[in-house]
Ligand binder design. Sequence first.
Ligand SMILES: [Zn+2]
Length: 293
Amino acid sequence: MEQNQQRFSRQILAFGKEGQARISNVKVGIVGLGGIGSFVVQMLAYLGVRDFLLIDNDIVEESNLNRLIGATLDDVKNKTPKVEVATKLIYSINPDSQVKKVFKNLRTEESIDSLAYIPQIIFGCVDNDSARLILTELSAAYNKTLIDSATEIILSKDYQEFGGRVIVAKPGEFCLLCAEEIDLEVARQELESQEESLYRKSLGYGLGETVPSPAVVSLNGTVASLAVTEFLMLVTGLREPHYRITYKGMRGVFRESLDKKRPHCIICNYLVGKKEQADIKRYLKQGLPKDLR
Ligand SMILES: [Zn+2]
């Protein structure tokens, strides 16, 4: 304990012993251990978070080495899972941590069950709308706060912007649908079966194939830092977290949230606390539920 007091002495000056104790006792889930998630993990471990659930089914590839915190060339050669890189990072900072790794897709029994029962706060560090939709429903149904992060880099001839945003979705108060941060048509296409996908494409419908998007380490770091700071506000109670913080890189400005809950939001009004009744596991099968089409 004495050692911990030394380690966190400069933080205790900011949050007090009680605030630090809250940070050390919170259980956190991180879904997506890529560019943003690896930063989030590192910062949480430094802050003194000790209890982690990590979910990601990717392995390290060479194109990740411009931004994946903790990853090395050996991890590319060894095809190391990203959850392993994150675990190594956590233990290197604090060997007393508890880490549960799920080297699986979000749409598996183990991922859904682990998220439903282990963490109090979930970080969404994913790059697709179907995962955002599942995490939004799950966190509402099981009364957890979801902190969702995303970056964007658009450098076309007519329009240049880079930046990102963090959404703090609190059960019953605000969610990613209220924030209009989920394109349900995109989510539907991501969730469809191979047969459905082939049939749709045969009819000439669709939003095109996904191609790799630009990714830059400093932008990931900026957005991950915003997400972790909102987490700190939530856990220590220093202030209420903002529902949304936006970073506009071309202008170099941050914007605070003007968002409100949508009065008829199906997630915020009908799904909160419903647990198994919300039937999140229907996403293990294919397709989007009827009520969201
Ligand atoms: Zn909502």
